[in-house]
Design a protein around this ligand. Structure first.
Ligand SMILES: [Zn+2]
Length: 338
């Protein structure tokens, strides 16, 4: 089958590799209907994460079950399924509390930018749809595997409520879908921080009411101006660097909430500033599995179209072009057709 392997900074290749096999009785093998490149794939692609050996890439997936291990009960060959980027048994205490991405049996998925994928803990990780989706639904369903679920978690963790004023730091796919999530949760005002015209347009389409192009402390100043000096009720941090994290914390009002979902790289927070801020922080790898049934319904019923974040579609073997376009910010997100 075709797979995507990262060899080193900016060296990603599409290669022929052996098909995956069932390794544990709780595994499933799925044939991907579509997969994609994630903003978080750009960290190792840019060399920000060290790679000691060639790494199979990809953790966003949906597709049709080919084969299941003998202990798999709820997932059957022929079903269309979506799963989280983090596997879960969906039965341990952390799963019961809704934190499936901290499941005691969690593994982070990898190798999904491929034709076939082995999914561990299939019963707890995969959610089958009631019917076979139409081709038009596939991109939106694919986003539920990570970016839409992550944007939703950012908004949920930041306690977006009807009438809330929300600021979103980051205009990648997660930030944009954070805007969409905040809108669905009833936010009255949604301020997107973006200096990129295509992304601003999509943010507006998803429900943002104001755009702030300034960054860092100047960005914080603008948020304060727009909120009569108070700050936002909820801030969604969707980048993961020092500047974006401080921008998020400083944009929230005292007593406000920051949902942080950007994978932190070099973020250091000072105790004194946190103490003085009176801000609630809640974030981490999104428990996408918790939200999947609800989000599948929202896509299926046509209430949301998160697949709009894909502005580039490529055949799987041209995956390197997708990485390059996203790295150069020429594409928001690249969809790959196996
Ligand atoms: Zn669990």
């Amino acid at each position: 089958m075709r797979a995507t392997i990262l060899y080193g900074p900016r060296d990603v290749r599409s290669e022929e590799v052996e098909d995956p096999r069932i390794l544990k009785p709780t595994d499933a093998i799925i044939r991907l209907s579509a997969t994609c490149v994630c903003g978080s794939d750009l960290w190792p692609y840019r060399g920000a994460d060290a790679i000691d050996q060639p790494r199979p890439m990809g953790h966003e997936y949906c597709g049709i079950v080919e084969e299941v291990g003998r202990e798999v009960k709820t997932v059957k060959p022929g079903q269309f399924v979506i799963g989280s980027f983090a596997t879960s048994d969906n039965t341990c205490p952390h799963c019961e509390y809704g934190y499936q991405s901290s499941c005691v049996q969690r593994e982070f998925m990898t190798g999904a930018q491929a034709t076939l994928l082995r999914v561990p803990l299939a019963d707890g990780t995969l959610v089958p749809s009631a019917e076979m989706p139409s081709a038009e639904l596939i991109p939106s369903l694919l986003t539920l595997s990570d970016v839409m679920g992550t944007g939703w978690f950012a908004a949920d963790a930041a306690r977006v409520r009807p009438g809330s004023t929300v600021a979103v730091v980051g205009d990648g796919a997660v930030g944009l879908l954070g805007v969409l999530s905040a809108k669905l949760m009833g936010a009255e005002r949604i301020i997107a921080m973006s200096r990129h015209e295509t992304r601003q347009r999509l943010a507006r389409e998803f429900g943002c009411t104001d755009i702030v192009v300034e960054r860092g402390d100047a960005g914080v100043e603008r948020i304060k101006e727009l909120t009569k000096g108070i700050g936002a009720d909820s801030v969604l941090e969707c980048v993961g660097n020092q500047e974006s994290m401080l921008q998020a914390i400083r944009s929230a009002r005292p007593g406000g909430f920051v949902g942080f979902v950007g994978v932190p790289h070099g973020v250091k927070l000072g105790g004194a500033e946190l103490f003085a801020s009176h801000v609630h922080l809640h974030g981490g790898p999104a428990p996408v599995r918790r939200y999947l049934p609800e989000l599948i319904d929202l896509v299926w019923s046509g209430k949301i179209h998160p697949g709009k974040v894909f502005d580039l579609t490529l055949p799987l073997d041209r995956v390197a072009e997708g990485y390059r376009a996203m790295d150069e910010r020429q594409a928001i997100k690249a969809l790959l057709r196996p």
